[in-house]
Design a protein around this ligand. Structure first.
Ligand SMILES: C[S@@+](CC[C@H](N)C(=O)[O-])C[C@H]1O[C@@H](n2cnc3c(N)ncnc32)[C@H](O)[C@@H]1O
Length: 230
């Protein structure tokens, strides 16, 4: 695991509050960013079907929108009030939004799915967070967590300051261990996206096809997932 200048929760909150207005433009403003969103939406849709869903870290609501369009009863939490407000503005369906720290969840035996996309690596107390996710689920419910990975290429990129962010980078085996410690049975694990997201976001549109081809053969997956069952 790599811990890169981990921010206090209050700093994470104020950073996301400040960045809520330009969040979508920075992440999904280029063709490469839109491609990543499309792939991640397809990935989530392949696992989360309808039913009661809890998302940790809503940001501006890309999954709140797509999940409710497919019939989910959606509850989202985020530290950032500005992110929650934007999620509410982006969603036409009725949803529940709560300002809450993902490491201190207060739900019990209610949800069919818990979803934590690109947020787990910011959490200061991952064990407590996973225990809270476990407690939030009904028996048989599933928990999907994605995270940015620790691998030799990541270490090289971080050494040169490329794509650096203040967060943890995990090996998949480390996240699996945390799942098991929280009580989950591992259903499966694997890559979500292999090529670094920062390459997609910065790639000129005319060269995007190269990254899309590389995606199939890239040896160091940069964004992985673990799916666990209660
Ligand atoms: C990189 S965004 C990802 C959001 C979304 N899941 C997505 O993939 O578009 C991370 C979000 O998690 C929120 N967040 C970070 N730490 C959190 C915590 N401890 N509890 C709740 N939300 C948190 C941030 O405010 C931000 O909105």
């Amino acid at each position: 695991m790599i811990a890169k200048k981990i921010r206090a929760t209050a700093i994470v909150k104020s950073d996301y509050d400040r960045n809520a207005t330009n969040y979508d433009k920075v992440r999904f403003g280029t063709l490469g960013g839109q491609y990543v969103n499309k792939r991640e939406q397809e990935f989530v849709a392949s696992i989360i079907k309808g039913s009661r869903v809890l998302e940790l870290g809503t940001a501006t609501g890309r999954f709140a929108t797509s999940l409710t369009q497919r019939g989910a009863k959606y509850t989202g939490i985020d530290l950032s009030q500005n992110m929650l407000r934007t999620t509410s503005e982006h969603t036409n369906h009725s949803i529940s939004l709560v300002q809450m720290d993902a490491s201190h969840l207060g739900f019990r035996n209610y949800f069919d799915h818990v979803l934590c996309i690109r947020t787990f690596h910011f959490l200061q107390k991952p064990t407590e967070a996973l225990q809270g996710m476990f407690g939030s689920l009904k028996p048989g419910g599933e928990c999907l967590v994605t995270f940015e990975t620790d691998n030799p290429l990541r270490r090289l990129l971080l050494f040169f300051g490329i794509g650096a962010s203040e967060q943890y980078y995990y090996r998949t085996s480390e996240v699996e261990e945390l799942f098991v410690k929280a009580g989950f049975r591992i259903v499966r694990r694997g890559p979500v996206m292999r090529v670094p997201v920062t390459f997609y976001r910065r790639c000129p549109s005319s060269l995007l096809w190269i990254l899309r081809r590389l995606e199939k053969i890239w040896p160091w997956p940069m964004h992985d997932y673990v799916l666990g069952e209660k």
